[in-house]
Design a protein around this ligand. Structure first.
Ligand SMILES: Nc1ncnc2c1ncn2[C@@H]1O[C@H](COP(=O)(O)OP(=O)(O)OP(=O)(O)O)[C@@H](O)[C@H]1O
Length: 326
């Protein structure tokens, strides 16, 4: 897949604060890339750099193949941005706001969005609830059918119902995985699916729709990979020795030796052990287990999938990553 967003050693300092260390990142076209990280990790800085709202200290970025430093008005008819802290012309009604924007975008079509999000066209933006304001903001960017959508914490502080409505409105036009269903997916031709970069603190939220995930910490990208790769390589493994047959001596697990680097948080009792496998490959696990616990009886091996949050918790507890966001 070609990159919709590419950064090369992109860095930003504010005085003595290094908000973003040199960052090289590719976001494939059509991806829904979740950028997660704690407060102050550099998420907003990266998104603002991509939008050319601030300038890098060093390095470069391209968006749809265009250098972000030279983006033109025409480019911005294909690039959308919304942020939790965005200022909107709050003296306008929702209808006036959408009509005003319509003039800038030849591809504008807000009818389905107004209906789906139940936007009150005659109400002033300043009189909208936080959730409704975010709905209006989302409608205003989806209506021009952008090729790239940059969202900075769009769902933070919203109640779960509104958040789900917004995610659905977004996903139905993009790449529905679990929420919108296969019918909606087939209704959106591949070429028309935008690329989304969305920052969030909420792992459970992004797990429901992101195709890729990147973890920023103190201005450094600790990892970036496809969600399916990440969630398929992490597994919680439980080993149990069978109880002895009547009259047979009790077998115990020997103390683990030569534990591979890919095993995290190994806990062991006399007859059971548990750990997190970071590169689980079901076929090779029994041989690895036999090498670490050479017992006369092979233990029963249970392999359980992990949520994104459980993966981050395991990384944090093992010291391989900082504490879990959200
Ligand atoms: N205009 C600025 N002047 C000085 N420092 C700044 C400025 N903007 C951001 N910073 C600092 O840069 C670092 C990264 O901030 P940034 O807002 O990008 O993080 P973030 O991950 O978006 O955080 P949050 O989740 O709280 O929005 C922080 O230490 C922040 O205090």
């Amino acid at each position: 897949m070609p990159s919709a967003i590419h950064t090369q050693d992109l860095a930003k300092g504010y005085g003595r604060t290094q908000a973003l260390h040199p960052l090289t990142l590719d976001v494939p076209a059509g991806a829904v890339f979740a950028l997660v990280g704690h407060n102050g990790a550099g998420k907003t800085t990266l998104i603002k750099l991509l939008m050319n709202m601030i300038h890098p200290t060093s390095g470069t970025a391209t968006i749809l193949g265009r250098d972000t430093a030279t983006l033109t008005g025409e480019d911005f008819t294909r690039i959308a941005y919304a942020s939790e802290n965005q200022e909107l012309p709050d003296w306008m009604t929702v209808g006036q706001f959408l009509s005003y924007l319509k003039g800038f975008y030849p591809t504008w079509d807000d009818a389905a969005l107004v209906q789906q999000l139940e936007l009150p066209l005659d109400r002033k933006l300043k009189h909208l609830s936080r959730g409704m304001l975010m709905k209006a903001a989302l409608a205003s960017i989806l209506a021009f059918k952008p090729s790239i959508i940059l969202l900075d914490e769009p769902f933070s502080g919203l109640d779960p119902l509104v958040r789900d409505e917004l995610i659905e409105a977004l996903m139905v036009r993009v790449r529905p995985r679990s929420l919108a269903g296969s019918e909606a997916l087939s209704a959106v031709p591949d070429a028309d699916r935008p690329t989304i970069l969305i920052s969030s603190h909420d792992l459970a939220e992004v797990e429901s729709f992101a195709t890729h995930i990147g973890f920023l910490h103190q201005g450094r990208l600790l990892f970036a990979e496809e969600m399916t790769t990440l969630t398929s390589r992490f597994r919680e493994i439980t080993l149990t020795l069978p109880p002895p047959a009547p009259g047979e001596p009790t077998i115990t697990l020997p103390t683990a030796t030569g534990v591979p680097d890919s095993w995290l948080l190994l806990e062991q009792t006399l007859t059971a052990a548990r750990f997190v496998h970071t590169h689980a490959d079901t076929e090779s696990i029994p041989a690895q287990v036999a090498a670490v616990f050479p017992t006369p009886y092979a233990p029963d091996i249970q392999v359980a999938p992990m949520t994104l949050r459980a993966i981050f918790l395991a990384l944090a507890k093992s010291g391989r990553a900082p504490a879990v966001p959200a």
